[in-house]
Design a protein around this ligand. Structure first.
Ligand code: AMP
Length: 283
């Protein structure tokens, strides 16, 4: 595995591989890798001849009072994990190179970025869309793999790729969970023991909603209220949103008739966690 810091070097390597007709697969991350990230690297490994993983804690996707300064970082550990999982190039650009002095250009995927997570994090998806387009121009991948854990992010990036005619495909990898169901996240390290215990309710409540749907419940309001009651029972939780929506448009659904996503964002102590399930109604 090679570690590349220089943007020019990354672009030259990608140009060479493209000239050789090799398929480049890309997994963008903010590092502090866990099994969720590694599962995406494995998906890329299966389909690509060159697997590039980027690590960049992107300042423009953090709000003013968010955790940019204390976001966990461990490059040594990340290097070992990335290499073990079959990464060819670890791209690790500096903040100064990505956003040089005088940087002014941002990508804003309209309406989709204002709802759900965008309501409480108004500049978040602008930062995400911007860094993804910058990285796509540097890595020049044929496809990029994103996690279902950040479902709205994947929808927004797909829309950006479609609207701006980026010549690449966006793939979605399933959510990887801890043994007790909590979705893996670099931010789980912030949780105290009590909060970690309470955090299990996120997945458990989604699971309960799935059970109700299997039992014939179709009304979003009833499902949402059940999830809400379960989460509110835990002392350290504060709900940001619970929403049931169409997987493509992200528009809220009153009833679940075919495909739907149930997604939630919950503060557990001071840590904001997200989770979701995709619902496929048979028939
Ligand atoms: P991050 O480092 O948090 O920016 O995440 C990088 C990529 O990993 C994104 O596409 C996330 O959706 C994905 N990811 C994060 N957590 C998980 C997880 N538990 N399972 C699958 N993918 C994940």
């Amino acid at each position: 595995m090679e570690v590349i810091q220089s943007i020019q070097e990354m672009q030259q390597r990608s140009d060479t591989f493209r000239r050789q007709g090799k398929i480049i697969g890309f997994v963008p991350t903010m590092g502090f890798l866990h099994e969720g990230h590694l599962s995406l690297i494995r998906i890329a490994r299966e389909k690509a001849e060159l697997v590039v993983v980027s690590i960049f804690v992107n300042p423009t996707q953090f709000g003013a009072n968010e955790d940019l300064d204390r976001y966990p970082r461990d490059l040594n550990r990340d290097q070992k994990l990335a290499q073990k999982t079959g990464t060819d190039i670890l791209f690790y650009p500096s903040e100064r190179d990505i956003y040089p002095e005088g940087y002014l250009t941002y990508v804003h995927v309209d309406s989709l970025s204002r709802i759900l997570c965008g309501e409480s994090r108004p500049t978040h998806f602008r930062g995400v869309a911007t860094i993804c387009s910058i990285l796509f121009h540097m890595v020049k991948p044929h496809f990029a793999v994103f996690g279902q854990k950040d479902f709205q992010q994947a929808v927004i990036i797909r829309k950006m790729v479609q609207d701006l005619r980026f010549d690449l495909e966006i793939l979605l990898g399933p959510i990887v969970r801890e043994p007790d169901g909590l979705a893996m996240s670099s931010r789980n390290t912030y949780l105290s023991d009590q909060e970690r215990d309470d955090a299990r309710i996120l997945n458990q409540s989604l699971h309960r909603a799935e059970q109700m749907i299997r039992g014939g419940e179709v009304k979003a309001s009833i499902l949402i209220s059940e999830i809400q009651q379960l989460i509110d029972k835990k002392r350290s939780t504060r709900i940001d949103y619970i929403q049931i929506f169409d997987p493509e448009t992200l528009q809220p659904l009153a009833e679940i008739r075919k495909q739907a996503v149930i997604a939630l964002a919950v503060f557990v102590g001071k840590t904001r966690l997200i989770d979701n399930v995709i619902i496929q109604v048979p028939g």
